[in-house]
Design a protein around this ligand. Sequence first.
Ligand SMILES: Nc1ncnc2c1ncn2[C@@H]1O[C@H](COP(=O)(O)OP(=O)(O)OP(=O)(O)O)[C@@H](O)[C@H]1O
Length: 227
Amino acid sequence: MEGVTVMDALSQLTGSGGVVLAAHGIDKAYRRGSWPARRAVPVLAGVNFSMHKGEVVGLVGENGSGKSTLMKILVGALAPDAGEVERATRLGYCPQVPQLYERLTCDEHFELFGHAYGIAGRVERESRASIYAALGFERYARARVSQLSGGTTAKLNLGLALLADPEVLLLDEPYAGFDWDTYLRFWDLVADRRIAGRSVLIISHFVADEERFDRILDLRDGRAVPR
Ligand SMILES: Nc1ncnc2c1ncn2[C@@H]1O[C@H](COP(=O)(O)OP(=O)(O)OP(=O)(O)O)[C@@H](O)[C@H]1O
């Protein structure tokens, strides 16, 4: 491996069903309290993680086990204290708390994110139309976020992560606010992505349908262990 970076190795692998996202030895602690009682509380302690092309992986764990922290580190929204993340591809991220603009409509969000992804124009409009159809919220296209229900807000949050058709989709509690019909639509969408060779990582407090995942990891005592 001398002279070959981990990223080079990953890039070679991705074309043949290989690793699309990997993390090695991830540590993270948060500071709590104020001086002189300030202390570091460890959340992640040496997490190793990898995802392959076309895989659907579940990340479970009890409240406060560090699932969102790990996902933020995987997407690059948070820096780890130690360890490294290798991202060989484009990522789409659906945060647990939607990062949306109250005064903008759904259409305006897609336009804005389309510009940010560099896919403004026809590609963005076609992707937007297929997302509205897949999740069934086209009738709210011109509604402002401040007027949306919690479930429709969650659909927009997910839709924005899907807009640029990322190779790896990272979803933090994506279906918590969905009704049953939308929950089934969500899994149809995930199945389509798997067939297309896209990868999906899903955080959930609990997993009702284990058979929908290729693999489930349990975050316990700061480490990700196979379930
Ligand atoms: N910014 C922060 N500052 C201090 N502590 C934090 C911060 N963010 C998270 N924590 C703490 O880190 C721990 C892990 O939080 P995290 O949100 O990653 O867990 P989680 O497994 O996603 O939880 P949940 O299932 O409740 O969503 C918790 O004890 C939480 O209180």
